[in-house]
Design a protein around this ligand. Structure first.
Ligand code: SAH
Length: 199
């Protein structure tokens, strides 16, 4: 494992995640949006996440502009990053699969949206965000560069922190008690919550 292979794995993940997402994005274009919370804050957060997780790694791979921030590459970090990235890709794919037509890149409720509580959604409410956290940890391990490595963690961390409370408020508004009960029995990004008493 060397610096180039580790960067190659990150680039492969960028390509694979786009391939996973594209069919869902295309299918969803046909479904009417009922309500949208996509405002300036959402647009800025999406832009920052794209910058930190995709654009900076691509610029780093294609140019030597960011090489000034390089530090020594450790093979163990490359291996750990690769395994974490494989887990991230699996969960990213499963969460798209289980969410199906209910997925959207921003905060939206579409026509005939249902509440998904099965598959990887059974015990955690945000498996897709969990997969993106794993991705960002993997990115930090795969890229031995002070700027590009942590860029995903910083950008997505901000997005996660600001978006999740709004997303859960939106889901509560839309699904009421059904979502409140789901919140009781699930965790946010870890697969366990406070389970209700058995009786
Ligand atoms: N936060 C989820 C989904 C991300 S996609 C995750 O991390 O896995 C964001 C969109 O998914 C939101 O606009 C919302 O409409 C939809 N959504 C989120 N949780 C959902 C659920 N349990 N069932 C159906 N749709 C959901």
């Amino acid at each position: 494992m060397d610096r180039t292979l580790a960067l190659g794995i990150l680039l492969a993940a960028i390509l694979l995640s786009s391939l996973i997402r594209t069919p869902y994005a295309l299918r969803r274009r046909r479904i009417k949006i009922n309500s949208s919370d996509k405002d300036l804050q959402e647009r800025i957060l999406l832009g920052l996440a794209g910058l930190g997780m995709m654009l900076l790694p691509l610029v780093y791979a294609a140019t030597s502009w960011l090489d000034f921030a390089d530090y020594g590459f450790q093979p163990w970090a490359g291996w750990a990053g690769s395994f974490i990235m494989m887990a991230a890709m699996w969960l990213f794919w499963r969460s798209h699969h289980d969410l199906g037509d209910n997925w959207s890149v921003t905060l939206e409720i579409r026509d005939q949206q249902g509440l998904v509580t099965h598959g990887v959604y059974r015990s955690m409410r945000h498996p897709m965000y969990a997969s993106i956290w794993l991705w960002c940890i993997a990115q930090a391990l795969l890229v031995a560069n002070w700027l590009v490595g942590p860029a995903g963690l910083v950008a997505f961390g901000l997005m996660y922190w600001l978006r999740v409370p709004r997303e859960e408020a939106m889901m509560l508004r839309e699904f009421g008690n059904e979502y409140a009960q789901y919140m009781q029995r699930s965790g946010r990004i870890l697969p366990f919550g406070q389970h209700p008493p058995a009786h």
